[in-house]
Design a protein around this ligand. Structure first.
Ligand SMILES: [Zn+2]
Length: 325
């Protein structure tokens, strides 16, 4: 009995102790809530002040040159070409670019990436190295099908191209070819998105940057059914912005690779030819840029070293297919 009573008393005092602790915790909680509520107003104001500056520095996708010289305008005759890689501006868009220029439209051509991971670098260098797309092939030779020989840079008077030098050489071809098409140099812009994976966000940011300058522009790129892995996502992003009515006007063209794979497209969708037949010379001149082999002058014919058959296809089919999406 004695033992039992002692136990009950112990239990009672333990119970009181817990009630006490609980009450203290409750008091701490309530006090904390008051402190936090008191600070809340100041906190929100502080966030409002800081956030926009941080976001502004973060979102810009830089272009070369910067877009500072562009005067914003609501005009309707601006056409902006989103070109995933050097050579696409001729292969897929050469014909519509010529037609737009003939119709006195203001044409801007934006190269989205340097396309530095192309296998053309291994061909021109004559061998694979550790920077190659296939590093496990490092040291192995790479035959040039275009020139029907193995390139040996030291014997031909040039140095093997690093990935960086190769990217710059591709940009050079793009700038020369776009000029050959008749696009004013100041309307040519270069971005450096990651070759092989552009990501949707950078594409949206770039399009938005241009929409801020030209809200009524027509945006042009490839189709979302394109066979090339960088082409289709650009088409998808543009189509989505168009569905959301962010972009008012757009056009999608089938790339040459897509036309070569899906031959039936030609029977289903309108084919766009040159308005002025004489403009074929502009396109042939632009194709020549991608063919020119003068390595000592930094001209490496990189277009032909990577997609010779596509250039030859364009020469035989001087048109392009307008797809719905
Ligand atoms: Zn070659």
């Amino acid at each position: 009995m004695k033992e039992d009573r002692w136990n009950i008393r112990t239990l009672e005092s333990a119970e009181k102790k817990w009630v006490n602790i609980f009450a203290k915790l409750l008091w701490i909680n309530v006090s904390l809530a008051f402190i936090l509520l008191g600070c809340k107003g100041e906190d929100v104001e502080h966030t409002k002040l800081v956030q926009p500056t941080v976001v502004k520095q973060w979102i810009g996708i830089p272009s070369i040159p910067m877009m500072t010289s562009i005067k914003p305008s609501e005009k309707r005759n601006v056409v902006i070409y989103l070109v995933p890689h050097a050579d696409d501006e001729v292969l897929t868009f050469g014909v519509p670019i010529r037609n737009d220029l003939q119709q006195k439209k203001e044409v801007y051509v934006l190269l989205l990436s340097k396309g530095e991971l192309s296998q053309a670098r291994d061909v021109v260098n004559g061998y694979y190295d550790h920077e190659s797309n296939h590093p496990y092939m490092a040291g192995k030779v790479q035959w040039c099908r275009f020139h029907q020989r193995l390139h040996i840079p030291s014997a031909e008077g040039y140095s093997p191209l690093s990935v960086e030098e190769f990217g710059q050489a591709r940009i050079k071809e793009f700038i020369q070819a776009t000029a050959a098409l008749g696009v004013p140099k100041e309307n040519t812009y270069v971005y450096q998105l990651k070759h092989g994976y552009f990501g949707n966000t950078p594409l949206v940011l770039i399009i938005n940057d241009w929409l801020k300058r030209f809200p009524n522009a027509t945006f042009v790129t490839m189709s979302e059914i394109d066979v090339q892995r960088d082409h289709a996502p650009v088409g998808k992003v543009l189509n989505r912005l168009h569905q959301q009515k962010v972009v008012k006007f757009k056009r999608n063209y089938a790339s040459v690779a897509t036309r070569m794979k899906y031959r039936h497209l030609k029977d289903q969708y309108p084919s766009i030819s040159l308005i002025h037949k004489k403009d074929v010379h502009y396109i042939l001149k632009a194709i020549d840029v991608y063919r020119a082999w003068e390595p000592h002058k930094g001209r490496f014919g990189l277009g032909y070293h990577s997609v010779e058959t596509q250039f030859e296809f364009l020469k035989k089919n001087m048109d392009t297919l307008l797809l719905p999406h």
